[in-house]
Design a protein around this ligand. Structure first.
Ligand code: FAD
Length: 501
């Protein structure tokens, strides 16, 4: 009986088909399933639906006769149509739901995960070895670099330091509207994109699915070839400037020197090791400074890998954490990405970026979108779902630690040592948003009160008893005692409610 190898829609690179003792045998027929139910279950960003379908169909076109590409209502139905009762292998899927599903099917053998650096067992041994003390991303990252010989000179970190964060937190250059970095790679659409757009229009018209956001020209790679071009262009033209302004925000330059590689990595079009190694090679060839290269390697092999590992390590119950007891549903303007309804220039600009592209870089995600949700007390599970649906690179594994842990502090500090939120002063320092804004970052009460400044104090007040014992928050909480206008501020925030700020 023929055996098949099943490729999920985020397993699209060559490393998911490499013959290997724990991979599919050479020339095994491949099955891919486009399950419509996935798009019916959630209101995804249309550009994300477009990207995923385009990438799957492009991969099928590359595989030609080797692939059996099935369009079905559900995975179960698609699998039945494609393989009947034949044996199937599949690499470890990226979500718990998918792993549970394939694990329960007769005749399906799950092979190890691909597209990540550290096997689950090795991470578990590393994490358990901490004897219950807090896991630190920095320790994990150094361990990964040592094990993979990345940016290492013998046993020492290249350049003598592990961490260049100090050089990589600069505000934007004064009075600059853009960073003037060379433009990133952008793909050109083809007939497959046209067909995808046509299908999405048809499904929407038939009322079968509903999307949010705009589906302009496709902005992110859908093929291995495009993803390699994007990686090469980033490393040779943009990596040098990546580090210093990694955390900065400019209204007129949303991308700055970021790599825009997350969707390609998460679709499986690129392998993290090839990205890190190419960056290292650029440094060794004198083409990019160490602070930028280390910053990029840290993002990929430190943060991305750590988030993947924690998703599995923390277990299924992690998604239900809500330590701060936040229960407010997301308001309609946020769900609909209605940037025009928002007066605060920072939030409006970033929400428009999400609406138009399905992407913003990590600081707008953390310190504008996530921080606003945290300050308003929005339900962390609903915030997680929103990020998952609205970002081109959003998947269950990457959302849970980043949103439940990092951004909403819903896990009570398993992932971070303090809640990530700030007043307008931080936003003003790190961006050019505040100048023309109708609100003033220094003002916390009254008509000009910045929603982030007021929201920050209201958040600290609401969780005073939980946060005052946190060594990284206690000083901020004590600051509440100095506010003579706290009652007025709290009343103002109650009145603002969930309307767009
Ligand atoms: P760069 O800044 O160029 O960084 C390089 C790469 O590092 C990224 O491509 C990405 O693969 C990786 N990376 C860096 N930080 C993280 C991280 N915390 N988690 C995972 N990968 C990381 N990333 C996603 O891939 N998908 C998401 O759905 C996602 N949601 C996020 C939600 C919140 C609230 C926050 C704070 C972060 C989230 N991130 C997510 C991480 C990060 O914001 C994006 O990976 C990054 O902005 C993507 O743009 P880039 O490719 O230009 O990244």
């Amino acid at each position: 009986m023929t055996a098949f190898h099943w490729l999920f829609g985020d397993q699209l690179g060559p490393h998911f088909l490499t013959p290997h003792e724990r991979g599919p045998a050479p020339d095994t027929p491949v099955v891919m399933i486009e399950a419509r139910s996935v798009f019916r279950r959630r209101r995804f960003h249309r550009a994300k639906a477009h990207l995923v379908l385009s990438a799957m169909r492009h991969r099928a076109a590359e595989l030609g006769d080797r692939v059996h590409y099935v369009r079905a209502d559900t995975y179960r139905e698609g699998l039945r149509q494609a393989v009947g009762s034949a044996a199937v292998t599949v690499h470890h899927p990226t979500s718990r739901a998918a792993l549970g599903f394939v694990g329960a099917l007769d005749g399906v053998r799950v092979l190890p995960a691909r597209g990540f650096l550290v096997p689950h067992e090795d991470f578990r041994a590393w994490a358990d070895g901490h004897g219950g003390s807090r896991l630190r991303q920095e320790d994990f990252y150094r361990w990964v670099r040592q094990n993979h010989g990345l940016l290492m000179d013998g046993a020492e970190p290249a350049g003598g330091r592990w961490n260049y964060d100090h050089d990589n937190r600069e505000p934007p250059p004064k009075d600059a509207q853009t960073l003037t970095a060379p433009a990133p790679f952008r793909p050109r659409e083809d007939g497959i994109d046209e067909e995808v757009r046509h299908d999405l229009d048809r499904w929407e018209r038939a009322g079968q699915v509903s999307f949010v956001g705009r589906d302009g020209p496709r902005l992110f790679p859908a093929t291995r070839r495009e993803a390699r071009s994007a990686l090469r262009r980033f490393v040779s033209h943009r990596l040098a400037g990546f580090g210093p302004h990694e955390d900065a925000m400019l209204a007129g330059d949303p991308v700055l020197s970021h790599s825009l590689l997350s969707s390609s990595l998460n679709l499986g079009l690129l392998d993290p090791l090839e990205c890190a190694e190419l960056a290292e090679r650029a440094w060794r060839a004198g083409e990019a400074p160490l602070n930028s290269v280390e910053g990029f390697v840290r993002q990929i092999t430190g943060w991305r890998e750590y988030v993947w590992q924690l998703y599995w390590y923390f277990g299924e119950s992690y998604r239900h954490h809500n330590t701060l007891g936040h229960l407010t549903p997301l308001p309609g303007w946020f769900l609909d990405l209605d940037a025009d309804a928002v007066g605060a220039r920072c939030l409006s600009t970033v929400l428009a970026q999400v609406r138009d592209t399905g992407w913003t870089h990590h600081i707008p995600r953390l310190m504008l979108l996530g921080s606003h949700a945290l300050q308003r007390g929005w339900d962390p599970a609903a915030v997680t779902d929103w990020f998952h649906r609205c970002f081109v690179d959003g998947y269950d594994w990457v959302m849970l630690p980043n949103v439940v842990g990092m951004s909403q502090y819903a896990d009570g500090g398993r992932m971070t040592t303090k809640p990530y939120t700030s007043g307008g002063a931080y936003i003003n320092r790190m961006s050019d948003f505040c100048g023309p804004c109708r609100y003033r970052p220094t003002v916390r009460a009254g008509e000009d009160a910045c929603p982030y400044t007021a929201g920050y104090w209201a958040f600290l007040h609401r969780h005073r008893s939980q946060l005052e014992h946190n060594p990284r928050m206690s000083q901020a909480v004590r600051g509440l005692n100095r506010l003579t206008d706290l009652d007025a501020l709290l009343e103002q925030e109650r009145e603002r409610g969930e309307g767009p700020p």
